[in-house]
Design a protein. Structure first.
Length: 207
């Protein structure tokens, strides 16, 4: 696995004019793997948008290393980097305390008394979003120690339509309870709409 990052060239509006919807970012990610396109074999690529110190980044987790030149299609030249993720995964241990960040698409299924029984309904309320995350923790090998919602919006899925996704950013601390489940979650992501920038959790050890 490879964890890659590129700074989006946000100051160059002409360059990034196409990045007006999540589908455009998805296309950017997919085109960063020309060998997969040539073979007609697409791997799953997890990605998300991050902001740090006033700069905007595309963060990407993939089984194969992306073409860094293609990854800079909408990025600042020379800012694309890619690192082998396996050494980091190998240093994780059960019971370890970690700081996390997750961008996800929290939804719940409407009950029989709902106006949309059985349908997937976005979680808009803060308590519903945190409850969704708690439910995911129980199934993915970690315990929530502390968690907050630090961002929430509804970006467009595609150009020229009115479909948007519920995007929520969580930050906090967790403890690994099942190492194998936790590693699988880091690689596979959490929740729905992974192709559109949801589900990627990153962690760093707490000293």
């Amino acid at each position: 696995m490879y964890l890659s990052r590129v700074e989006i060239d946000s100051d160059n509006r002409q360059k990034i004019k196409d990045l007006s919807h999540l589908g455009a970012y998805h296309n950017w990610v997919e085109r960063s793997f020309p060998q997969e396109i040539a073979k007609g074999e697409r791997e799953r690529h997890l990605w998300r948008l991050d902001s740090l110190n006033g700069k905007n980044y595309l963060l990407l987790l993939s089984p194969e290393k992306p073409d860094l030149h293609a990854l800079e299609r909408y990025g600042k030249p020379g800012t694309a980097i890619s690192k082998d993720y396996e050494p980091f995964l190998s240093r994780l241990s059960e019971g370890q305390l970690l700081q996390f960040k997750l961008t996800a698409n929290p939804v719940h299924r409407g009950g029989k008394n709902s106006s949309h029984p059985g349908s997937l309904i976005p979680c808009f309320a803060l308590d519903a979003q945190l409850k969704w995350l708690q439910g995911k923790a129980d199934k993915n090998g970690f315990e929530l120690v502390a968690a907050d919602v630090v961002g929430h919006d509804r970006p467009l899925l595609r150009k020229n339509n009115h479909v948007s996704l519920n995007r929520t950013v969580f930050e906090g601390r967790l403890k690994i309870s099942d190492l194998n489940q936790f590693k699988e979650m880091l690689i596979s992501g959490i929740g729905r709409e992974k192709a559109f920038g949801m589900g990627l959790m990153t962690v760093i050890p707490v000293d």
